[in-house]
Write a protein that binds this ligand. Sequence first.
Ligand SMILES: Cc1cc2nc3c(=O)[nH]c(=O)nc-3n(C[C@H](O)[C@H](O)[C@H](O)COP(=O)(O)OP(=O)(O)OC[C@H]3O[C@@H](n4cnc5c(N)ncnc54)[C@H](O)[C@@H]3O)c2cc1C
Length: 401
Amino acid sequence: MSDLNAFREEARAWVRENAPEALRGTSGSGPFEGYWGGAKCEQTDPDLLRWRDLGIEKGWTAPSWPKQYGGAGLSHAHEEIIHAEMKAIGVPRPVAGQGLAMFGPVLLEYGNDAQRAAHLPGIARGEVRWCQGYSEPNAGSDLASLQLKAERDGDEFVLNGQKVWTSHANLSDWIYCLTRTDPNAPKKQMGISVILADLNTPGITVKRIDLISGYSPFCETFFDDVRVPVGNLVGKENEGWTIAKAILGHERSSIGRSIARQPGSAQREVVGRARKHLGVAEGVIPDPLLRDEIAALGMLEEAFHLTLARIQQSAASGTPGSEASITKIVGTDLKQMRFELGMKVAGADGLGWEGPGFDEDDLQYTRDWLRSRASTIEGGSSEIQKNIVSKRVLGLPEGKK
Ligand SMILES: Cc1cc2nc3c(=O)[nH]c(=O)nc-3n(C[C@H](O)[C@H](O)[C@H](O)COP(=O)(O)OP(=O)(O)OC[C@H]3O[C@@H](n4cnc5c(N)ncnc54)[C@H](O)[C@@H]3O)c2cc1C
């Protein structure tokens, strides 16, 4: 038996023995599953906390990080196995969030020793929550147009400007920001630097953005003469674009991969809803067009899982390349297709928002369906991902501007 096969058995046994019963089957139920942590964390579910503590103790909140930073010092292949075994019983990872999925892996690669020692253990233990300061009012898809100014003043940077759509800035402790350090650089991708800021620093104001649905993760983050030490610069000054893209690679890959639940689960979910709402307790669903659509969903889901397996094998380094854009495009298409079909079979029952006459599952489904619309926008829209795939994966020439 190979080392990895033996490890799979060990991981399976540990996960099945230790994962709290109440958390099993909960993964994949929404974008905010799991323990997100940080100083402002309000999650008190004892099962979530126990699972977090067990994960920390074993170093399995960040299995591939070195032990000195709270990881288990395992390879990326071992980490994949641990995550797959958690996914197999539908249990969330012991600690969730951008620190583990996006920022931490990049700090490990591009940060210096002092930064790694200062920030990674808190992320691995779920004690410090991070948010992403990328988008600005005039810099979304065209991210390199960003204007948050960072000017050097002795051994500090002084930050002035604004970020927008900063998810959960109100619940986070630190922010990693893309800043403009050289406004005169010959190309706008040059002159950008990644700077870290404690959100408690004087001059930072976080304002919630309310949405019509009532729930909103969004914030605006304002910087008004915010002073941070030069030690908070990650990598070299004016060369932050490469780091910014590396974080986006992790973001796109994790958005896409979080959508892949157990193979066949999207199709089973829609069949289950069709049986419930169309009153077909068993046997063939009578509408042949609907059967076709469900079959198409199942085929896309199968193809997605096979593609993910291929991409994982080729990305042994754990650093996603441009193929992360494929993962995101297909994963988010699959998610939207699943929810569209799930809503279609529900008919008028899918319109419920609150009140009597709708069960909890249907009310949640409506919210999840609406949330799925955002998946093809967050982390860079599908149109932008298609541009990246055409240029960097397929090597197609750029169109005339
Ligand atoms: C749920 C969610 C969470 C988010 N969280 C964060 C966060 O935590 N931090 C953060 O910094 N940002 C966050 N964002 C912002 C997100 O990164 C931007 O919304 C996204 O990059 C698109 O930018 P925009 O909204 O400015 O749209 P625009 O750039 O204005 O795009 C509008 C439309 O034009 C299309 N378009 C633009 N340029 C091109 C082109 N060259 N070719 C083809 N089509 C094009 C786009 O695809 C889109 O359909 C979040 C967004 C969402 C939806």
